[in-house]
Design a protein around this ligand. Sequence first.
Ligand code: IPE
Ligand code: IPE
Ligand code: MG
Length: 241
Amino acid sequence: MPAHIAIIMDGNGRWAKEKGEDRLFGHLHGVESVRDIVEGCAELGIRYLTLYAFSTENWERPQYEVTGLMELLVDTIRKEVPTLNKNNIRLHMIGDMEMLPDAARNELNHALAETSANTGLNLIMALSYSSRWEIIDAIKKIAQEVKDGTLQPADINQETMQLKLSTAAFPDPELMIRTSGEYRMSNFLLYQLAYSELYFTQTRWPDFRKENLYEAILDFQSRERRFGKTGEQVTETGDNP
Ligand code: IPE
Ligand code: IPE
Ligand code: MG
């Protein structure tokens, strides 16, 4: 069972258009999928679930969609806090929170605080997130420490970098799922997904349910993760690190 699953929740707009509806109708239905998948992960005992909800680039969408999406996201998170607490789910956020409207940021901080004592599933929402933004932000922090003399360039290693990322507290995802038939990363966890297994499905996000999640996990479990070694090395030692 993967400890950490990351999902690019894509296809809401097309799902709605195919039904002759507005794109926001798709986002609204996407929330149902979020509920179902969060519940599914909690039931399976998955430790970390990262959901890509809004990218830095998504700020460039038409104003009405951005506003509608922000309202939906903040409203949903606010309403779901009691359920999160009931199910012992802890909420986390990664992304450039500075770009969020003040009211939204306050709401989210509130939800983070209210779920902070929960010890079950860690639900990480990537909001106003982009991987390049995150990597550059990490480099700035490292550069500052070097400038301050608390870090030597020769001592910079993978751990230094990992600790400066917004995902510092989480292990790398073993499985990354993208819905709706697009085969790209769209600036999502580029550093952290270095050795993740990638799973792509045609299913649009609003149609994605627990059964689809189980299929993805079964597919993941059939893979041989080699991490650069040979297949023989991996099978001989029996470990699949
Ligand atoms: C994913 O669905 C949700 C967000 C990016 C916020 P889209 O809105 O990208 O839907 P498509 O890809 O246009 O169908
Ligand atoms: C990626 O989806 C971002 C989220 C799912 C939040 P997009 O729909 O924005 O990605 P592109 O534009 O198709 O690459
Ligand atoms: Mg899309």
